[in-house]
Design a protein around this ligand. Structure first.
Ligand code: PGA
Length: 253
């Protein structure tokens, strides 16, 4: 049993006051189910205050990004060891916003993925195609390149301690969710790539779906055999909306 992971990616949203209120709601209502792990990924400045909220609860803490470098003269960067220090368990790498808007190549993403593993945290590797790429039949090619770059640099065994998030770019923040069937097709394809290298690792790795997941579509997505939870943006900013998604996973687990 892989279990579900329901992860909130807050992106660059919130304030000390709003995050305090959001966390109070999430902690109060997070499902108590061994089959579901709830994760929140706040902006960097709030990691420590959110760490205080999650202490003693079953909710995990994660970061949205990390430096590929270990330490030293990299002004403005944050090392993986620092994220571990403040209580993170997971780190998102390769989100499409960082690839498209902040110039992250698959090679940089692969370095970040390994930097996270090197300090014994779990990377959540985001992959996914744009609408133009889907419409021109390139979805699998994009996955091949984005996943393949990490696979060839870190090796398949690295995925025993990693999570993958399939996030079609056209579904992020647009309200256009991939259908459960469209998502399942790509999730199966991703798992098959790993299967070719290690059946054991492929069977164990969680593959999350991200892109306009809401309380009313989560169940359909999460009931597919290769969908092991969600990476939630907009709907993770309100505790009731986020908890409805976590509850959908708890019902299925
Ligand atoms: P969304 O974002 O749920 O707002 O579509 C998902 C993500 O970008 O991780």
């Amino acid at each position: 049993m892989r279990g579900y992971l329901v992860a909130g990616n807050w992106k660059m949203n919130g304030s000390a006051a709003s995050i305090d209120a959001l966390m109070t709601g999430i902690i109060a209502g997070a499902p108590v189910s061994s089959g579901v792990e709830v994760l929140v990924c706040p902006p960097f400045p709030y990691l420590s205050s959110v760490a205080a909220h999650v202490a003693g609860s079953s909710v995990a803490l994660g970061a949205q990004n990390v430096s590929q470098y270990k330490s030293g003269a990299f002004t403005g960067e944050t090392a993986a060891s620092m994220l571990r220090d403040v209580g993170c368990k997971y780190v998102i790498v390769g989100h499409s916003e960082r690839r498209a808007l902040l110039g992250e190549t698959s090679e940089i993403v692969a370095e970040k993925f390994q930097a996270v593993l090197d300090v014994s945290l779990q990377p959540i590797l985001c992959v996914g195609e744009t609408l133009a790429q889907r419409e021109s039949g390139q979805t699998q090619l994009v996955i091949d390149e984005q996943l393949g770059t990490v696979l060839s640099s870190s090796g398949v065994d690295a995925f025993a301690n990693a999570v993958i998030a399939y996030e079609p770019v056209w579904a992020i923040g647009t309200g256009m969710t991939a259908s459960p069937e469209q998502a399942q097709d790509v999730h199966r394809y991703i798992r098959a790539i790993l299967e070719a290298a290690s059946e054991t690792v492929a069977a164990g790795v969680k593959i999350l779906y991200g892109g306009s997941v809401k309380g009313d579509n989560a169940s359909g997505l999460f009931s597919k055999p290769d969908i092991d939870g969600g990476l939630i943006g907009g709907a993770s900013l309100k505790s009731a909306d986020f908890l409805a998604i976590a509850a959908a996973a708890a019902t299925l687990s």
